[in-house]
Design a binder for this molecule. Sequence first.
Ligand code: HEM
Length: 475
Amino acid sequence: SGSSSEQQGKEPPGPRPLPLLGNLFQLDLKRLGDTLFEISKKYGSVFTVHIGPKKVVVLAGYKTVKEALVNHAEEFGERGIVHVFKELQQGHGISFANGDSWKEMRRFALTNLRDFGMGKKGSEEKTIEEVRYLTEVFEEHKGKAFDPTQPIHYAIANIICSIVYGSRFDYLDPRFRHSVDRVNDSLRLGGCASIELYNIFPWLGRLLESKRRIFKNDYDNKKEICDLVSGLKETLNPQMCRGFVDSFLVRKMSLEESGNSNSHYHIENLIQTVGNLFAAGTDTTATTIRWGLMFIAKYPDIQDRVQEEISKVIGSRQPMVEDRKNLPYTDAVIHETQRVANILPVSLPHVTSRDITIQGYFIKKGTVVIPLLTSVLRDDCEWETPQTFNPAHFLDEKGRFVKKDAFIPFSLGRRVCLGESLARMELFIFFTSLLQRFRFSPPPGVTEDDLDLTPVAGLTHNPLPHQLCAVSRSE
Ligand code: HEM
C-alpha cells in the first residue's frame, strides 16, 4: 500500500481470510449466491472474499453491477476461466474464451442466431413446431402426475439442434437423449462442492469421481458433435446452408481458398462453439420453464389470470411472439419467473483486463470478479417485495407491462448472454402454448403449500425433483 495505490483507492473490504483456506468456512459453496448476498449486507457493494487461496471481488446491487459491466465494459468484460474449463476448452469457443478468437466466434454465432432466415424457417417457427411435440408428450400422461424435466430439456435442446445442425431429433432417439443427459449431468456436477474445490485445488483432481465424469461426458459430447459435423460436411451445399455448422464450414472453406489458413475458423473452434451453444442454451431455458410451471402450480390465482388473458386475447389459435404486447399480465408472470428463479445467481466469472477503481475501491488487473446477479434480482432498492413471487413488479396501476432496469437475468455488458433474444422468444412461446392447453397442479395428495421452491445447487439453480399434473383444458 504505497502512495500510488492510495491515489487509486483502497482495497475492497471483506471478511478476514485464513491461510490457504481463505473464507471457505464463511461460504456455503452449495448456496454461494445467497451467502455472498448476506456478506454484502455487512461489507457493502464492492467486497473481497477468498475462495480458498483465490482472491475474488464481488459486485453487489444493481447500481454497482451496472456501473462495472456497462460503464466500464472493457475493464470488466473479460471471462475469468476456472480451472476445469481451462483444461476442457483450451481457449476455444465462446463461453470460456477471450481475445480475438472469442470476439470472432461470438460475432459469428450472434449473426447466425439472429438472421436465421438463412434456413427456410425462422427460429420462432422452429420453436412453435417443437412445442407441439412437447404438448403431445404431456398429453400422453392424461392428467396423471409426471416429472416434466426430461421432455422439456429435449424440446429446448431440439431448438438448438435445428439452429445448429438444421434438423431436430426424435425424443426417443438414444443418441440424442444421451447427449442432452450428459450436458445436464455435467452442469449438475459443475456446481457441486467437489468441483468447486477442484477448481481451487487442482491437485485434488485425481481423487474426484465427479471430475472424471465431467471429462468423460465432455469427451463423448465432442465425439458426437464431430460425427454430426462429418455427416453435414459430406452433404454440404454452400448455396443452401442448413444451419450454423454449414455456415461455419462454408466460411472456413472460403478463407482457406483465399489462402488464409491461419484464421479462427478451425475445427476446434467449431466443436467448442457448438458445445457451448448446447450447454448454455439448453439447461438455462429449460430450467426456467420448469420453474415457471412450478410457480403457476403453486399460485393457482395467478394461473387463473394468465389463462383468462390467453383465452380472451388468443383463444385457441397458436400464440405468436407478436401477441406479447397484448398479454401484459402473462408477460409480467414470465419476467417474474425469471427474476425469482434466478438461475445463474453468480453469473459466470469475469476477470479485470486492467487496473480499475470503482466506487473508490482499487481492483488490480487479472482479479476474478463475480457480478452477483442474486443481489440485483433481489435488490430491495429496486423491487417492492424482493423475496416473494409478485407479477405486479412488472405492471403499472393500469395493468400495463413495465420494463425494469434491474431485471438482468442475462447479465449486462460485453459478456451479456448471447442467446437472450432466442431465450425470451422460447420462454414466451412455450409458456403461453403450454398454459393455453393445460391446467398445471401438484400431484394428488400434495397441496400448493407443500410445493417446495428451495433451489438445488448446480451451475444453474434447479427446482428440487418434482412431479406435476398437466390436465388438458379442452376436456
Ligand atoms: C452467457 C443467462 C439462454 C448462450 C450467459 C450469462 C448469463 C446467461 C447470466 C453470463 C453473462 C456474463 O458473463 O455476465 C441466460 C439465461 C438464459 C440463457 C437466464 C435463459 C433463460 C441462453 C441461450 C443461449 C445462450 C438460449 C444460446 C443460444 C450463451 C452464451 C454465453 C451466455 C454462448 C457466453 C457468452 C460469452 O461469454 O461471451 N447467459 N442464458 N444462453 N449465454 Fe445465456
